[in-house]
Design a protein around this ligand. Structure first.
Ligand code: KIV
Length: 269
């Protein structure tokens, strides 16, 4: 029937891999952005803990709290009709125990309105993923460079460049998939490694800084729209220079006010 929008489910995301259809994912943190991305046909909207950087202006994602994640997920959920909404579990909201993870992931669904959660980690989180999936919480994994491990890495460094690291990431990816995750983000690993994991897994891989061979791609929307133009990353393609457009519009607004041109009589009551 025309005009009826069918929401994307976890099974649809799995089916896309089987059909060889690429998956389109972006981050959002509020209703306005979530609505625009949804209307533009994005398959997965992630309320990333990148909100620490792009919304809160921090250097890392580590201080982001579960309450903040739930708040931004709820803001985004209001506006989405089609995309699958995934809440990113923040640092120390799932690491302490399987029970803690289940309770907090449950809150992302109950209070945030998410359809799934994402969590960073490999083999060590297989029991956690297994538990969440067992109680009906779909999980997106996240292997390779894990921003919540920035203190361990000493920076947001490429992972998997040597054989030992690469084999570890392959093992992690298999463990996450075997535990029941419905998809897996691969971040900042060599293209060949992402291709190998993508070929070996039956669940879709969603790449960021992992080359073009993944089953889908994700970027932080503020990067891709050129809003966070203080950063320039090799793996980001800017589809508009959003920051420049906003500065220009705001400058014109200021000029109009100062010149007495805004508001006009037509814009008054
Ligand atoms: O926090 C985030 O936005 C993410 C994606 C970029 C994968 O984890």
């Amino acid at each position: 029937m025309n005009g009826v929008i069918k929401p994307i489910t976890v099974s649809d995301i799995l089916a896309k891999k089987r059909a060889g259809e690429k998956i389109v994912a972006l981050t959002a943190y509020d209703a306005t952005f979530a609505r625009l991305l949804d209307q533009a046909g994005v398959d997965i909207i992630l309320v990333g803990d990148s909100l620490g950087m792009v919304i809160q202006g921090l250097d890392t994602t580590l201080p982001v709290t579960l309450e903040e994640t739930i708040y931004h997920t709820r803001c985004s959920a209001q506006a989405i009709s089609r995309a699958l909404l995934v809440a990113d579990m923040p640092f120390m909201s799932y690491q302490a125990s399987v029970e803690q993870a289940a309770l907090n992931a449950g809150r992302c669904l109950k209070e945030g309105g998410a359809q799934a959660v994402k969590l960073e980690g490999g083999e060590e989180f297989a029991p956690t993923i297994h538990k969440l999936v067992a109680v009906g919480i779909p999980v997106m994994g996240h292997c390779g460079m894990q921003p919540q491990r920035v203190r361990e890495y000493g920076g947001y460094l490429l992972q998997g460049a040597d054989e030992v690291q690469a084999e570890r990431i392959v093992r992690d990816a298999h463990a996450v998939a075997s535990a029941g995750a419905f998809s897996l983000v691969l971040e900042k690993i060599p293209r060949a490694l992402a291709r190998r994991i993508t070929n070996e897994l039956r669940i879709p891989t969603i790449g960021i800084a992992a080359g073009p061979d993944c089953d889908g791609q994700i970027l932080v929307s503020y990067d891709m729209l050129g809003l966070a133009d203080q950063f320039k990353f090799r793996f980001v393609r800017r589809y508009i220079e959003g920051a420049e457009l906003i500065r220009k519009a705001v400058k014109e607004y200021g000029e109009d006010i100062r010149a007495g041109k805004f508001p006009s009589d037509k814009e008054a009551f």
